[in-house]
Design a protein around this ligand. Structure first.
Ligand code: C2O
Length: 548
């Protein structure tokens, strides 16, 4: 492979959406941010310079970061954030991955506007395991706030209330014609008849899973989270924050109109408020000379999307993903497990501090937790503390393997919804095969949580509704061709079982990719120890690693 150099100048930039101009965080003044394009096997070097008043760090979401954990990016986990006027050079090699991923800021809510695609092409002279597309188009979903998103989350943390919701969803930064004062900011996909397009679809929204559809067209799903999958046809996609999906779109050879609507809107089963609006874009055919058809978008049909709480559509869709699992792209699913974990995931609350009024559930403050522990960011980066054996006062290694007080997770919720605080990690030896059952809970309502693991892909060996049954459910695990990915929407009121081999030393975050749940503590960290061989050890940190 070759080395690809990028410079990311994090700077404020004025952007107008929904008729309001606002100064936002950008990379190089671009919104959405620039694309990283590389081939499998290439090295990517990105110099990130912080020219904004806030602390910044960038995460290369889904990049395995084999032995390069110093460059993973989550603030206070693998690095201290980059301070104003400082810079940090991220440097990693892309190993065994091809497809689409994303990069985004990983501190507070800065990823609201700091995000962009990572496009990983196959090695030179290697082709896709599907027909070569005529063209490739990245499509990145996001959320737009008229308000300052840092103020939105800070207010939520102070008052304990749920945060205000966004004002629009966007495709490639554009809200589209269904919002007031937004018709000129509409994403247009221009296509020719009878061709195949590869759409690289990314969900960079802060807090919403999205259904997506293009009127009168279907997709062939070919890849998820930079891993090829067994192709399947669908007319509706569901994509959770942090997930990426490559699909083939075959255009009509003889369209009867030149223009079709595409639309995305949320899948949501939680209790709180959310932004129940629709982003629309346009699929526009470029027809040969002299053949002109109606191009007006007036009277076009918005595609029908599943109901907001369409959990059965969601489950049917996510159950269709399978690894290729062939000789060229084997699925190395751990067949045996060294260590089993069971993590409850869900909301909860903190008692209201004295002399304060709180606007969360029953006068408390909203919180979120795994195994009832709400993760508190440490004051310095965990990876640094771990590497230099200075974890005292930074984190503890007693994150529970199982919930300390089991209950009927999907039954009547317990009266006490309080969670405890901690900065807790699980320590596992190099090469441990791990199984984690992620169990949604009814505490303050079911919700589909998109759980993301840093530094690894995992295999989704099973999922279902209700309480996970440790006797019966494992009998139905798929250990042959389960999908391999880095983010999974754990079914609302259900569970998902994932497996991975801990072959990457370092400190790795596991968290809900709804930014609000991340802020409320739905996260934990794995510490994967070095192996014995030289190529199984985490190298020392680079000299420009930011300090806290
Ligand atoms: Cu894309 Cu820790 O996140």
């Amino acid at each position: 492979g070759i080395t690809r150099y990028y410079k990311f100048n994090v700077q404020l930039h004025n952007v107008t959406r929904l008729c309001k101009t606002k100064s936002i965080f950008t990379v190089n003044g671009k919104f959405p941010g620039p694309r990283i394009v590389a081939r499998e096997g290439d090295r990517v070097v990105v110099k990130v310079v912080n020219n904004v008043p806030n602390n910044v760090s960038i995460h290369w979401h889904g990049i395995r970061q084999l032995q390069s954990g110093w460059y993973d990016g989550p603030a206070y986990v693998t690095q201290c954030p980059i301070q104003t006027g400082q810079s940090y050079v991220y440097n990693f090699t892309i190993v065994g991955q091809r497809g689409t991923l994303l990069w985004h800021a990983h501190v507070s809510w800065l990823r609201a506007t700091l995000y962009g695609p990572i496009i990983i092409l196959p090695r030179k002279n290697t082709s896709y395991p599907f027909p070569k597309p005529h063209k490739e188009v990245p499509m990145i979903f996001g959320e737009w706030w008229n308000a300052d998103t840092e103020a939105v989350i800070n207010q939520s943390l102070q008052t304990g209330a749920g945060p205000n919701v966004s004002d629009a969803y966007t495709i490639n930064g554009l809200p589209g014609p269904l919002y007031n004062c937004s018709a000129n900011e509409t994403f247009k996909l221009k296509v020719k008849p009878g061709k195949t397009y590869l759409l690289r679809i990314i969900n960079a929204a802060l807090n919403d899973e999205l259904f997506f559809r293009i009127s009168n067209h279907t997709f062939t799903v070919v890849e998820a989270d930079a891993v090829y999958v067994k192709p399947f046809e669908t007319d509706i996609l569901l994509i959770a924050p942090g997930q990426t999906t490559n699909v083939l779109l075959k255009t009509k050879s003889n369209p009867t109109t030149t223009t079709f609507f595409m639309a995305a809107r949320p899948y949501f089963t939680g209790q709180g408020t959310f932004d129940n609006t629709t982003v629309a874009g346009i699929l526009e055919y470029k027809l040969p000379f002299r053949k002109s058809l109606n191009t007006s978008i007036n009277g076009l049909q918005i595609p029908t999307l599943p109901p907001i709480n369409g959990t059965s559509v969601a489950a049917n869709f996510s159950n269709r993903f399978r690894s290729l699992a062939n000789a060229q792209f084997p699925a190395n699913v751990p067949q045996t497990v060294d260590k089993k974990f069971f993590f409850t995931i869900g909301l909860g609350s903190h008692p209201c501090p004295k002399n304060q009024t709180c606007q969360g559930p029953n006068g408390t403050k909203f919180a979120a937790s795994m195994n009832n522990i709400s993760f508190v960011n440490p004051t310095t980066a965990m990876l640094q503390s771990y590497f230099f054996s200075k974890s005292n006062g930074i984190y503890t290694t007693d994150f529970p393997t199982f919930p300390s007080m089991p209950f009927n997770y999907t039954g009547t919720p317990p009266n006490n919804t309080h969670v405890s605080n901690g900065t807790k990690a699980v320590v596992i030896p190099f090469n441990t095969t791990v199984e984690v059952v992620l169990q949604d809970t009814s505490i303050l309502g079911f919700e589909s949580h998109p759980v993301h693991l840093h530094g690894y892909n995992f295999f989704v060996v099973g999922q279902g509704f209700g309480n996970f049954d440790p006797k019966r459910d494992p009998l139905n695990f798929n250990l042959v061709d389960p999908v391999e990915r880095n983010s999974i929407g754990v079914p609302s009121g259900g569970w998902a079982a994932i497996r991975f081999r801990a072959d990457n030393p370092g400190v790795w975050f596991l968290h809900c990719h709804f930014e609000v749940h991340l802020s409320w503590g739905l996260k934990m960290a794995w510490i994967v120890l070095d192996g014995d061989l030289p190529n199984q050890k985490l190298p020392p940190p680079p000299s420009d690693l930011p300090k806290c």
